[in-house]
Design a protein around this ligand. Structure first.
Ligand code: SF4
Length: 395
């Protein structure tokens, strides 16, 4: 079963406008997997891994649950995992324990002899699904009708479909991650006067403020309204047109969570991901990408108390790995990323045992044309000089 993109970059079962890309359907698993005990699943996964040997590479995102991440050969954030996939030429089967856009990026960056498998096709990303190619193309046309489009540079966050990365590649833009957004935006402003940044408004805003811009330079583009819900003058004068998208996990963190933690731990430190709202980012001690958060916790002195605004599985893992420090979630009532959470032991065992039988299930395939354009946008990001920079408050 392969999820393919059409030459236009959209899924074959093309969603109608407003439906976004939510039409991935995972077939129910056989009872063997749904009724298995955790011990049985572990045994089957271990046996399949051993049989597949070096031909298999399991990649695990930091937000994966413990019973999945323990099987990962390599662990990382979305970009690091895509790089791992690109650097490994030995594995023919790459099982990606993450979400759909990450598996697409891995397929784009790997060789023709390699297959990328996503254990559960319903592991999407609600943020990535907030911008689809129809909406972005329509926005581009609307912006072109009121301003000089040759001076607008499209920038897409890594957390976006291959179709959007391809659009950006075809229109002179680049991909960015949460660790290099500032360097990418500086590059964009050497080429134009305005950026259309999608799909995460918070990463765009946090980075813009760090670069010295303020609210007078920023407008939010609502894809469900004509001209993004803006008037012509707003579009003409804006320097940042930020797509009205967000991460449902990181947007949960609020200023009152920072206040509550500080009241309880006056000497504690607050670290948040740049997908958090700006009101939270400006109250935090540090704002940085997933990998930076890990580095900061690693470097904190014994006895440090740290509240983190990001996905709960990563926070719990950091707490377990640093018993000499107090590492807690900034929001006491946290919830995991529900789409990352879809990857579980039964799905992992099912796709691995299928590979042992030479049956490839849930292969993610980006068509050649989309992959070629998306690769241009990814390569521009890699070529942009300047050390990776977090959006604000970086050491
Ligand atoms: S944490 Fe947010 S951005 Fe990351 S995969 Fe989940 S919904 Fe998407």
């Amino acid at each position: 079963m392969a999820t393919r993109l059409s030459p236009a970059g959209q899924y074959r079962s093309r969603p109608t406008k407003g439906q976004h890309n939510m039409l991935r359907l995972q077939a129910p698993l056989p009872d063997r997997y749904t009724l298995a005990t955790p011990e049985e699943l572990d045994k089957w996964i271990a046996a399949a891994k051993q049989t597949l040997g070096d031909g298999l590479l399991i990649l695990g995102h930091h937000y994966q649950r413990p019973e999945v991440i323990k099987w990962a050969d390599l662990r990382g954030d979305s970009f690091k995992l895509a790089q791992f996939a690109a650097e490994n030429h030995q594995a023919t089967d790459i099982v990606f324990c993450g979400v759909h856009f990450m598996a697409e990026a891995a397929d784009i960056l790997t060789g023709d002899h390699q297959r990328v498998v996503l254990p559960d096709l319903n592991a999407g990303c609600s943020m990535a699904d907030m911008a689809d190619i129809d909406q972005v193309e329509e926005a581009w046309d609307e912006i072109a009708a009121v301003t000089d489009i040759s001076r607008v540079v499209p920038i897409t966050y890594m957390n976006s479909s291959a179709a959007l990365k391809a659009f950006v590649g075809d229109h002179g833009g680049a991909v960015c991650t949460s660790s290099n957004a500032q360097a990418i935006l500086e590059w964009a402003f050497e080429r134009g006067d305005k950026v259309l940044f999608f799909p995460d408004q918070h990463l765009g805003r946090n980075t813009g403020y760090t670069m010295g811009y303020d609210e007078s330079h920023i407008q939010v583009w609502n894809p469900h309204r004509d001209l993004g819900g803006l008037d012509e003058r707003d579009v003409k004068e804006a320097i940042f047109l930020l797509w009205k998208g967000h991460c449902t996990v990181h947007q949960r963190f609020l200023p009152e969570h920072v206040a509550g933690f500080r009241a309880e731990h006056p000497d504690g430190e607050v670290i948040v991901h740049p997908e958090c709202r700006h009101e939270v980012a400006e109250l935090a001690d540090r704002v940085g990408s997933t990998e930076r958060i890990i580095e900061w916790v690693d470097a904190a002195p014994p006895g440090a108390t740290i509240a983190i605004g990001t996905e709960i599985h990563m926070i719990q893992r950091l707490a377990a790995e640093h018993p000499d420090k107090i590492v807690v979630s900034l929001d006491p009532l946290v919830c995991p990323c529900s789409t990352m959470f879809r990857i579980d032991g039964p799905h992992l065992a099912w796709c691995l045992e299928s590979l042992v039988r030479s049956e490839v299930v849930n292969q993610i395939v980006v068509d050649d044309k989309t992959a070629e354009s998306a690769k241009v946008a990814l390569q521009r990001m890699l070529d942009i000089k300047g050390a990776p920079t977090a959006p604000s408050k970086v050491d």
